[in-house]
Design a protein. Structure first.
Lengths: 185, 625
C-alpha cells in the first residue's frame, strides 16, 4: 500500500478534452490525493511549507501535465525550484523524500511514432524527460516510468474513455503496489 | 421695471467681478460678495442706497433656504454617531463663547440684550472657511478636524433656536424689567399652542404630503417641475411659519430634517443649491452695502482691537475646550485657531438683531465690520500659527531625537501615512527599505516615532518641509495624501522645487489621475484599480472559471485598462467643454466602454489552447466541450 499524490498542472484545462477525460478517471480512494497546482497557485506563489508537508505525507508522486515544447508547463518548474529545496530534498541533510517514488503522466499532441529515435522529434518521451528524471533521483527517489497518452488531437471519444480507464488503472496500481520502498538508491 | 433691471445688472456685475478676485486671493466667496456689496454701496460707488434694505429683505430668503439645506444635510445617522462630540464640545463652544463675548459686550457698554445677541452672533465660526482649509491641508480625518466639524455642526443647528429666541430679547422693554420679558400670559399661551400646531403640521406635511407629492412629480420626469416643487415646499413652509408668527428659518429647517431621510434628499439639495447660492450672495452683498464705513474710518483702531479681541476670546475658549477634551497640544492649536474667525451666520444673526431693534445701527455696522475683518484675517492667522506656533509646541516638525539618523538620508519619502501610505511604508520596511515619512496628524506622528519610523510632522505640500525631510537627496517621492487638493499641491510643489524626484502618486480615480498626470506626476496609481479587478477575478472563479485563466484575464485587463487610460488622456481635454465634472466623468466612461467593445480580452492569449491546435490539425472547428 502506498499513498499517491497527483500533482496536476494544466494552464488551460477548460480547453483540453484529453485531460478532462483523464481527470474523470482519477480513482476516488482515500490513498490517492489529487492536487490541482494551477488552480491552487494562479499567481505562481507556491506555498512551500504546505507543499513539503503534503510530500512528507505521501509515498508516490505523479506529475500529471501536458507536454509543451518537450517539457512540463512553467508552474511545474516553479514548484520544483521552490519546494525541492536544498537541505530538504537534496544536499546535506536533504533527505526528506528519500525512498519515495516519482514519475509522470503526460499527454502529447503528437503520435507515439513521433517520439522515437527515427521519428519526427528524434527522441523518445523518456529521453525528453531526462532532466526531470535526474531531479527525482537526485532527491533519493525512485523514478517511475511515464504514463503517456499520445496523439491527443486525433483521439475519438471512445479512445479518450479507454485512455482514461488506463490512467485510472495505472494510478490504482501505483497505490496498491509501487509504494513499497525500492532497493536503496 | 427698468430700475429693477438696472439694479439686477449692478448686483450681478459686482458679484461677477468681485467674487472671482476674492477667490483668487484665497479669501473665499463670502468675502467676495461682501466686497462687492461694499463697492456698490453708498460709501464707494453709491449705486445702491436706501433700497438696499428692500434687497436685504428679499435676500433674507437665501438664509431661509440655507437652513432648509442645513436640515437636509443633517443626516440623522451621522448626527447620532457624532452626538457626544457635537452635544459636548459643540454646546460648550457656543455657550462659553457667547457668555464670554456677552460679558465683554457688557464691559464696553452694550445693554444686556444687545450683548447677548452679539455674543451669540460672534460665537459662530465660518463653516466655509474652516472646512475648506481643513480639507486643503488633509486634516479632516485628524482629531482636530473631527472636533472642528462637530463644533460647526452644532453651530449650524444652534442658529435655529437663536433665531427663535432673538424676538424675546427684542420684545423686552428698554427698562430694566428683566424677568417679565414682555410676555402677556394669554397671548403667550396661545402662541405656544400655535407653535406646537404649526410644528406638528410641518412634520405631518413632510411625512404624508410632501414625499408622495415629490414622488408623483418625479414620475413626470420634468426637471423644472421638480425644482418648482422644491421651491414651493420652502416658500410654503416659510409662509405657514410667518402666519403663526414663528421664524421661517425654523420651519424650513424642520422640513429639511424630515426630508433628509427621503429618497429625494440629493435631488432637492442640487436643485435648491443654485438658488441658495445666489440669494445668499445677494444677502452678503446687502450686508456689505449696509456696513457704515464712516464708523470704520472714524475708528479704525477700535475696529481692529475689537476684531483681535473677539478672535482671541474665541481662540482661548476653544483652547480650553480642546485641552479639556484631551486633545494633544498641537491638535488643540489647529482646532482653536481654525475656528477663531467669526462666520457668515453672524451676519444673519446681526441683521436679525438689528431688525428687531436689539442692536442699534452703529453697533450693527461695527460688528458686521468685525465679522468681515475676522474672516479676511482667518487665512493669515492660520498661516502664522502653522509656521510660527505649531513647530514650537507638541509634535515637532522633525524627529526630536535620533542622533544616528540625523545625517542619514532616505531615498524614498512617503507623504501621508493613513491607510494607503502606511501600507506602502510597511511593505517597504518589510523589504529593508527605510523611508522618510511626512504626515500632518500629530497623534499619528507621535505613534510612528515610537515605532521607530523617521517621521516629519507638518504639511507635506510645503517646500521647506520637503527640503528638511531630505527631498534634495531623495530619489522617489510617494504621494499618499488624502484627497485631490492636497495631492495636487504636493505634486506642484515637488515638480517646481525638486524636479529630479520621481513622483509616484496615489489617485482616487481616473479623473483625479488625469489631473495629477497633467501636473507632472510620473506614475499615478488609482486606488480602486487593482482591488476591483481582483474582485472581478474572484467572481469569475466563483462562477467556475479556472483560477489561472481568471488570473490571466485579470492581468490582461489591468494592462489594457492602463493603456486605455493613457490613450484617453489627451482626448480628455476635448471633454473639458462639459461644465460639470459628473458629465465629464460620464463622457469618459462612455469613451472607455466604446473602446472595450473593440477590445478582445483573449487576443494573443492562445497558448496552451489545445482545441485551437486540434481544429487546425484535424480541420474541425474547435469544439466547445
Amino acid at each position: 500500500m502506498a499513498r499517491v499524490l497527483v500533482l496536476f498542472a494544466h494552464p488551460r484545462l477548460e480547453k483540453s478534452r484529453t485531460n478532462r477525460a483523464l481527470l474523470r478517471h482519477v480513482p476516488r480512494r482515500p490513498d490517492i490525493t489529487f492536487h490541482d497546482l494551477y488552480e491552487r497557485y494562479p499567481d505562481f506563489n507556491v506555498d512551500i511549507a504546505a507543499e513539503q508537508a503534503q510530500l512528507v505525507a505521501h509515498d508516490v508522486f505523479v506529475w500529471h501535465h501536458p507536454l509543451y515544447w518537450y517539457n512540463a508547463p512553467p508552474l511545474v518548474k516553479q514548484w520544483i525550484d521552490l519546494v525541492l529545496a536544498f537541505g530538504w530534498a537534496y544536499g546535506p541533510g536533504g533527505t526528506a523524500l528519500r525512498g519515495k517514488a516519482m514519475g509522470h503522466a503526460v499527454t502529447t499532441g503528437g503520435p507515439e511514432a513521433a517520439y522515437q529515435a527515427q521519428g519526427y522529434h528524434g527522441f523518445t518521451l523518456a529521453e525528453f524527460l531526462r532532466p526531470l528524471e535526474r531531479t527525482v533521483t537526485l532527491c533519493g527517489m525512485r523514478w517511475v516510468p511515464p504514463f503517456a497518452v499520445h496523439g491527443t488531437h486525433r483521439l475519438s471519444d471512445a479512445d479518450l474513455e479507454a485512455a482514461g480507464e488506463r490512467y485510472g488503472h495505472w494510478l490504482s496500481t501505483l497505490a496498491d503496489h509501487a509504494g513499497a520502498p525500492a532497493a536503496t538508491p | 421695471m427698468s430700475s429693477l433691471l438696472v439694479q439686477a445688472v449692478v448686483y450681478l456685475a459686482a458679484a461677477v467681478v468681485c467674487v472671482p478676485v476674492a477667490k483668487r486671493l484665497g479669501m473665499g466667496s463670502v468675502l467676495g460678495y461682501l466686497a462687492a456689496g461694499v463697492a456698490i454701496g453708498p460709501f464707494v460707488l453709491g449705486f445702491v442706497g436706501r433700497e438696499g434694505a428692500d434687497v436685504m429683505h428679499a435676500a433674507e430668503f437665501g438664509v431661509v433656504m440655507m437652513l432648509f439645506l442645513v436640515g437636509l444635510e443633517l443626516e440623522p445617522a451621522k448626527f447620532w454617531r457624532m452626538r457626544q462630540t457635537v452635544l459636548g464640545i459643540g454646546a460648550a463652544q457656543v455657550v462659553l463663547t457667547t457668555a464670554a463675548c456677552a460679558a465683554a459686550g457688557l464691559a464696553i457698554g452694550l445693554p444686556w440684550q444687545a450683548a447677548l445677541a452679539v455674543g451669540a452672533a460672534l460665537a459662530m465660526s465660518s463653516t466655509a472657511i474652516t472646512l475648506q482649509s481643513l480639507k486643503e491641508k488633509g486634516l479632516l480625518g485628524t482629531a482636530a478636524g473631527q472636533q472642528s466639524f462637530a463644533v460647526l455642526l452644532f453651530q449650524d443647528i444652534a442658529v435655529i433656536p437663536l433665531l427663535a429666541l432673538f424676538p424675546l430679547l427684542g420684545a423686552a422693554p428698554a427698562a430694566a424689567d428683566a424677568h417679565g420679558a414682555g410676555l402677556d400670559h394669554l397671548p403667550g399661551w396661545m402662541r405656544t399652542l400655535a407653535v406646537l400646531v404649526a410644528v406638528g403640521l410641518v412634520v405631518l406635511l413632510g411625512r404624508f404630503v410632501i414625499v408622495p407629492l415629490l414622488r408623483s412629480v418625479a414620475r413626470t420626469r420634468l426637471r423644472e417641475l421638480f425644482t418648482a416643487s422644491a421651491l414651493l415646499i420652502v416658500v410654503g413652509i416659510a409662509l405657514l411659519m410667518q402666519g403663526v408668527g414663528l421664524s421661517a428659518a425654523l420651519g424650513t429647517f424642520l422640513a429639511g430634517t424630515i426630508l433628509a431621510t427621503s429618497e429625494f434628499r440629493h435631488e432637492l439639495e442640487s436643485d435648491l443649491d443654485p438658488f441658495k447660492g445666489l440669494l445668499l450672495g445677494l444677502f452678503f452683498m446687502g450686508v456689505g452695502a449696509s456696513i457704515d464705513f464712516r464708523l470704520v474710518s472714524d475708528a479704525p483702531i477700535r475696529i481692529a482691537m475689537l476684531t483681535l479681541g473677539v478672535m482671541a476670546i474665541k481662540a482661548v475658549v476653544l483652547l480650553g475646550i480642546g485641552r479639556a477634551g484631551r486633545l494633544s497640544l498641537d491638535q488643540t492649536l489647529i482646532f482653536s485657531v481654525g475656528l477663531s474667525q467669526v462666520g457668515e451666520f453672524a451676519f444673519v444673526l446681526l441683521a436679525f438683531a438689528a431688525q428687531l431693534a436689539i442692536l442699534d445701527g452703529a453697533w450693527t455696522g461695527t460688528f458686521m465690520a468685525v465679522t468681515a475683518l475676522s474672516m479676511a484675517l482667518a487665512p493669515i492667522v492660520s498661516f502664522v500659527s502653522e509656521r510660527g506656533l505649531l513647530p514650537r509646541v507638541g509634535t515637532r516638525a522633525k524627529p526630536a531625537r535620533a542622533p544616528d539618523t540625523v545625517d542619514e538620508r532616505h531615498a524614498v519619502i512617503i507623504a501621508g501615512f493613513s491607510h494607503f501610505g502606511s501600507t506602502v511604508g510597511r511593505f517597504l520596511r518589510a523589504n529593508g527599505v527605510a523611508a522618510t515619512i511626512l504626515d500632518n496628524d500629530s497623534d499619528r506622528v507621535d505613534l510612528l516615532r515610537k515605532m521607530g519610523f523617521k517621521v516629519y510632522y507638518g504639511d507635506a505640500t510645503r517646500a521647506d518641509l520637503l527640503e528638511a525631510a531630505g527631498a534634495r537627496e531623495a530619489s522617489i517621492l510617494v504621494s499618499a495624501v488624502d484627497g485631490l487638493d492636497a495631492a495636487q499641491a504636493l505634486v506642484r510643489t515637488a515638480r517646481r522645487h525638486f524636479p529630479h524626484l520621481t513622483l509616484m502618486v496615489r489617485a482616487r480615480h481616473r479623473m483625479d489621475a488625469y489631473e495629477l498626470m497633467d501636473l507632472g506626476a510620473d506614475r499615478v496609481y488609482r486606488e480602486h484599480q487593482d482591488t476591483s479587478i481582483r474582485l472581478g477575478v474572484d467572481v469569475l472563479r466563483r462562477l467556475g472559471h479556472r483560477a489561472y485563466s481568471a488570473y490571466r484575464a485579470g492581468q490582461q485587463f489591468a494592462k489594457y485598462d492602463e493603456n486605455a487610460m493613457g490613450k484617453l488622456a489627451p482626448s480628455r481635454h476635448d471633454l473639458a467643454q462639459y461644465i460639470s465634472n459628473v458629465r465629464q466623468e460620464i463622457a469618459l466612461q462612455e469613451a472607455l466602454l466604446t473602446a472595450d467593445l473593440a477590445h478582445d480580452p483573449t487576443a494573443g492569449d492562445h497558448a496552451w489552447d489545445s482545441e485551437e491546435m486540434r481544429g487546425a490539425i484535424t480541420g474541425r472547428p474547435p469544439a466547445s466541450t
